[in-house]
Ligand binder design. Structure first.
Ligand SMILES: Nc1ncnc2c1ncn2[C@@H]1O[C@H](COP(=O)(O)OP(=O)(O)OP(=O)(O)O)[C@@H](O)[C@H]1O
Ligand SMILES: [Mg+2]
Length: 124
């Protein structure tokens, strides 16, 4: 599962990723991956990888840093600043965030069958 988190600086992408991890039962510290590029979480059988490509100057850094292998059938990847990386796998879900007063406006787009069935299960 590949989830793009889109929105300007401060839109709330990391905060949402933190909420997802809390929801999955992770009680530890959730750091922003801005400097490390990726933070790894192993949650029971699930591998969750949280990326932030804001600091990429060259879109090919994804390939050069060997990060593409994290995108595999056993992982859920949350990606901040996907637009800065070239050759990323397509998103199953794209979450657009915008500042709205003291809160945030969020739109969720599903782009694959896996993304749609995941969102459908959330609605029920
Ligand atoms: N839903 C929300 N409601 C109110 N404040 C929020 C919400 N989400 C995030 N914030 C606040 O906005 C600020 C920026 O949030 P966050 O670091 O998650 O943004 P970001 O999109 O990851 O930014 P960056 O692009 O720099 O990584 C933080 O102070 C956070 O507490
Ligand atoms: Mg962030």
């Amino acid at each position: 599962m590949v989830i793009y988190l889109c929105g300007q600086l401060g839109a709330g992408k990391t905060t949402l990723a933190r909420g997802v991890l809390r929801g999955l039962g992770y009680a530890g510290r959730v750091k922003s991956p801005t400097f490390a590029l990726v933070e790894l979480y192993k949650l029971s059988r699930l591998y969750l990888y949280h990326f932030d490509f804001y600091r990429f100057d060259d879109p090919h850094e994804l390939r050069d840093a060997g990060l593409r292998e994290y995108f595999n059938p056993d992982s859920v990847c949350l990606v901040e600043w996907p637009e800065k990386a070239a050759g990323l796998p397509a998103a199953d879900m794209r979450i657009l965030m915008q500042v709205a007063g003291t809160g945030r406006r969020v739109e969720i787009f599903t782009e694959t069958e896996a993304g749609r069935s995941c969102l459908d299960r959330l609605k029920h």
